[in-house]
Design a protein around this ligand. Sequence first.
Ligand code: PNW
Length: 449
Amino acid sequence: MSQAFEFPKGFLWGSATSAYQIEGSPLADGAGQSIWHRFVRTPGMVRDGDTGDIACDHYRRYKDDVRLMRDLGLKAYRFSVAWARVLPEGKGRVNPGGLAFYDRLVDTLLENGIEPLLTLYHWDLPAALDDRGGWLNPDIAHWFAEYASVMYRTFDGRVKKWATLNEPWVVTDGGYLHGALAPGHRNRFEAPIATHHLLRSHGAAVQAYRAEGKHEIGLVVNLEPKYAASESAEDLAAVHRADAYMNRQYLDPVFFGRYPDELKEVFGEAWPDWPAEDFELIRQPLDYIGFNYYTRSVTRHDEQSWPLKASPVRQHATYTETGWEVFPQGLTDTLVWLRDRYGNPPVYITENGSAFYDPPVAEGDTLDDPLRVDYLRKHLRAIHAAIGMGCDVRGYMAWSLLDNLEWSLGFSKRFGIVHVDFRTQKRTPKRSARLYSRIVESNGRALAE
Ligand code: PNW
């Protein structure tokens, strides 16, 4: 087999999921409600009225799912913890029943030789904290650090790779600016406040980790490179705004201790000034950056788009079912951008994947998903190219291990490399999982096929 696509020794191959999207049993063993538990019950917010009440029933089937990972030869598993299972009111009283689930999960992973990557927050805020203002309340930095510390004390040692927040941009944009995700607010004044307290919370949790933890902690961001639709000054300015908003809004404060200037332009009078000491808290040295990559956007100036005045331009290209252009080169470009702008930090690709239509009936024991196979292969080659250019990429987590609840799109969009029949809970590896398995086993060499 060709050596052309061999990855660095020790490259970490795995898959990713998140708690609310797969677990089910949201209130089991003394858990509190999360904002997603509430949001799915708000009429009209989730397609077909789907909920995470059962989802992939992973809370009860986690052993089977770990066995599935082992059978596929995966070396790592990125999952998230439901804050309201551990602290039903979000702060104060710890719920042993909730901790026990993650205890069983982590032990089962380790027994099977799979390295756990734990994300503390993947969008399922305890509802009791939302009642106190959620991410708009400055006290949340303390609440989050308190929760994080409970987790560090219980798991550091068994868990060596930690992440604070998953995609703070989506939390703010979806939850507080456009309202498509929980808690469903649509408010230009709230968005920058939520952003700032997400960043302070991240900083406080990293600080707490340095006091208690001995391994690695990072932040997971979604990055989407912005390319100009034309060379006009208007379009170029729109690209800068879109890039500042999506790609630099979180990383610039974390690395440089300041927000990009363009955000003032985007938010106008809604953009607050913050005390300098906040940025000391935000700017904690990190061990790695988690990078979630799905697509790019070719961007033009657009007066109608609120509040960015920038819109994507449709390309002659393949689009996934979530309307995202397939553009593997953007992954290479963004890794090179991370290398150059932020001093080549260690990077884990913490999510990458695609929703495509899958035939409903499995043939034999495999299901053909040619578009996902193509997406996977091309994106892994794009990472390999970036490594060749000196980017410090250390691992790849395929999104997602399982078809799952795609938030407000419900079960209508399937991202899994393993198919889930939501009536029977039967898991069927797709062709993409089989290919991924061979790639993992050969440390990338199977990408030459
Ligand atoms: C990520 N965007 O969400 C999440 O981390 C996952 O939970 C989710 O299932 C997956 O991607 C697929 O959607 C994103 O608009 C949502 O750029 C929106 C964007 C990016 C990522």
